[in-house]
Design a protein around this ligand. Structure first.
Ligand code: G4P
Length: 536
């Protein structure tokens, strides 16, 4: 087991790391906010650098551009920047056309998330889905209500929407003064500081005006009498109605601190970032099948949560995205790849920066390293210095889109099977073999996964295939303690049942409504929305 002496340098490195992702619905302002954060962190020099990548990504539609997109998304998958002595890893959550199972899986590798809500739209569907994934590990969430420079919902109505749809209690740490044309700024409730909004001007650290007592007449001068009165009333109301910020409730995902601002105007961003580095947790302990692993343990350990293939058929290498959970990584170190029982040397791991990939000498818990390989690493694979561990909580997520695969050349059946199995191990697609019939069904969280799969089948396995639509939109892995009951269920639902690539029984159906109906009919059968890897 692990050594009891704690390495102080290791502890120091862990405590200054913050690893997070941004969750939002497309167009809420994720790219804009990312850019501002990277500018504050000095990782990019000018606005527009992240945006241009987004435009390139949005243009992906055919094989060639998918290939380009994959190149682009490797370098923007993890963005590392420094702020006030903290080393921050921002993991990208592809959310437009490139929304995929990877988007969900990235959230298994973070310690915290920033949720952006568009003040005119409130909670939107993609945010709801991503929150469901955060909830699986009770990931702490910091909320940023964006676009206050535009007209939108009243703050308390947004809170109600968030609390209703996401079951998380909102605690404002700042409060907006007006919105749209009347937007005057935000009042920081904790620091009692007023930030005045001026479009296009990025507030500096010392721009805030300390206003201890809102009765202060300076407030009327700075933001007008009517708006000062409104702010006094609002703050009275929130002080009476809102629960105080509670660190424990926030850390277990029950409460979310809320900030208001306008990302495009760089307003309210620094304020949130300052709070973020203070309250976002450093890398914490992680569950494995045998025990919990603390980050300050000397033994190196971590897991793979994403695999990116190089689309160039000449280079069949892959990059496995690996989250370090404990110990220190040093270049060239040997680790055990437990699933295949082999020792491997990590000689050319990559660390991700905003613009380019750099070869690294050392890395610490919370950091993400990229490991080159030729298809030997699967999603969920654990590497450690010695102890055979299996990290939990890096599952497959139930797909929402399905296609039947039609092979053009029947002689390629074996190659198709091999390709699909390998692609599913990399998390590119999920594959289901129906109990009845022998055509493969593929399932995805985002439809671009289908294009990537088809392109890779052709390029890497020389398989020509096409898709046929199929009337399923819901999948659940099913288990039952009572074997007789499971047998009965299988008999009655044979045409809806499949085995996934690891042999797990999976129920496919046409709608959530239909699923609900089946669940009611079979109360002893457990329907799972996620499935851990390599547990069969
Ligand atoms: P996303 O990555 O979440 O999809 O959102 P993105 O940052 O690209 O922002 C979506 C749109 O919202 C962009 O406008 C962006 O300029 C705008 N936006 C972001 N933050 C704010 C804000 O604080 N206030 C206002 N008014 N708009 C904001 P676009 O027209 O789609 O693109 P662009 O032409 O401005 O680049």
């Amino acid at each position: 087991m692990h050594s009891k002496t704690i390495d102080k340098t290791l502890l120091k490195e862990i405590n200054k790391r913050r690893t997070f992702a941004i969750i939002s619905h497309p167009d809420a302002g994720k790219t804009t906010l990312t850019e501002k954060l990277l500018l504050f962190g000095g990782a990019i020099q000018q606005a527009g650098a992240v945006k241009s990548r987004k435009i390139a990504r949005a243009a992906t539609s055919d094989f060639l551009s998918i290939e380009q997109e994959r190149g682009i998304s490797v370098s923007s998958s993890v963005m590392k920047f420094n702020y006030k002595g903290y080393e921050i890893n921002l993991l990208d959550t592809p959310g437009h056309k490139d929304f995929s199972e990877d988007t969900y899986r990235v959230l298994t590798a973070v310690d915290c998330a920033i949720m952006i809500i568009d003040n005119a739209k409130g909670v939107e569907p993609q945010t709801q889905k991503l929150m469901e994934v955060c909830r699986m590990r009770n990931t702490p969430i910091i909320t940023f209500i964006n676009k206050l420079d535009r007209e939108g919902m009243e703050p308390l109505d947004i809170f109600e929407d968030i609390e209703d749809k996401l079951q998380i209690e909102c605690v404002p740490l700042s409060w907006p003064i007006g919105m749209g044309k009347r937007f005057k700024g935000v009042y920081n409730l904790g620091k009692k500081e007023l930030g005045i909004f001026s479009p296009g001007y990025t507030p500096k650290d010392d721009d805030g005006v300390f206003i201890d007592d809102l009765a202060d007449p300076r407030l009327d001068e700075m933001i007008s009498e009517t708006q000062a009165e409104q702010l006094r009333n609002d703050v009275d109301l929130i002080n009476g109605a809102s629960e105080p910020f509670d660190m424990d409730l926030y850390l277990n995902g029950t409460q979310t601190p809320v900030f208001f601002g306008s990302a495009i105007n760089n307003f309210g961003v620094r304020e949130m970032l300052d709070a973020f580095v203070e309250i976002a947790p450093p890398p914490g302990k992680r569950h494995t099948a045998t025990r919990d692993v603390e980050p300050h343990e000397n033994e190196f350990s971590g897991f793979t949560f994403k695999i990116q293939a190089n689309m160039d058929p000449e280079h069949r290498d892959r990059i496995a995205f690996f989250r370090i959970c404990s110990g220190k990584f040093t270049k060239g170190m040997k680790v055990r790849h437990h699933r295949i029982g082999k020792e491997i040397k990590l000689s050319n791991a990559t660390i991700f920066m905003a613009q380019e990939r750099n070869n690294i000498e050392e890395a610490y818990p919370g950091d993400i390293i990229g490991i080159h390989n030729h298809g030997t690493i699967k999603i969920g694979d654990t590497f450690t210095s010695k102890e055979p561990l299996k990290f939990l909580g890096i599952p497959s997520f139930a797909p929402e889109h399905f296609r039947r695969v039609i092979l053009k050349d029947p002689l390629k059946a074996k190659a198709l099977h091999k390709g699909l199995v390998q692609l599913s191990e990399e998390g590119a697609i999920q594959v289901f073999s129906p109990l009845l019939g022998n055509l493969h069904i593929v399932g995805a969280v985002g439809v671009l996964q289908f294009d990537v799969t088809m392109a890779r089948l052709k390029a890497e396995y020389n398989v020509n295939a096409s898709y046929e639509t199929i009337d399923f939109s819901v999948a659940r892995w099913v288990t039952c303690e009572d074997e007789k009951m499971l047998k009965e269920f299988k008999k009655k639902n044979e045409s809806y049942l499949t085995l996934d690539s690891e042999g797990w029984l999976t129920f496919l159906t046409t709608s959530e409504y239909q699923l609900g109906f089946t669940m009611e009919e079979w109360p002893q059968i457990v329907f799972h929305k996620t499935r851990e890897h390599n547990q069969c």
